[in-house]
Design a binder for this molecule. Structure first.
Ligand code: DQA
Length: 160
């Protein structure tokens, strides 16, 4: 149902470096689901949560920052991010996310804490609402649900 004057919540989904290789990249760690399949799954989940998602992938830190900076102007109310390896290196992404002040949920396909110690530190975690790590592609769906919940949207099953 469309109510005049009502705009759905709009979520920015960001995928960082090398995530364009999903499906081919180390499938023992990241699975066989492609990024296009993840984006389609998020679009379907967004539909059932009555919100909109816009998904971008970039291998460039500056491009990710530009998308973060543009989020308020684009009427985006929250950010779901898998920053890939930039999670562990990028103070700039952390500062950009903190700078725009939108709620952030951090997701990872793999469980960072079962892996190499250099993956145990996230620059983003301290400024995020929370982090979901280790559920494969499902981490993204859980992350979107968590962000929707934070923004005050109950899941359809709980509003019946
Ligand atoms: C990742 C984990 C990171 O350590 C890694 O650099 C990635 C993917 C994940 O989704 O599990 O690129 O963010």
């Amino acid at each position: 149902m469309v109510v005049s004057g009502w705009l759905p919540l709009n979520i920015l989904v960001l995928h960082g470096p090398n995530l364009n290789l999903l499906g081919l990249r180390e499938p023992g760690i990241y699975g066989f689901t492609t990024l296009a399949e993840i984006d389609a799954m998020l679009a379907a989940e967004a539909g059932s949560l009555d919100l909109a998602v816009v998904c971008h992938q970039s291998n460039h830190e500056g491009e990710l920052l530009d998308l973060i900076h543009a989020a308020p102007k684009n009427n985006q109310q929250g950010i779901l991010i898998n920053a890939g390896a930039y999670t562990h290196t990028s103070l700039a992404l952390r500062d950009g996310l903190a700078g725009v002040g939108l709620p952030v949920v951090e997701v990872h396909l793999s469980n960072l804490y079962k892996r190499e110690t250099f993956r145990h530190h996230s620059y983003i975690a301290p400024i995020a609402i929370g982090q979901i790590s280790g559920f494969g592609a499902e981490s993204y769906r859980l992350g979107l649900q968590a962000l929707a919940h934070h923004l005050g949207l109950a899941s359809p099953s709980s509003s019946a």
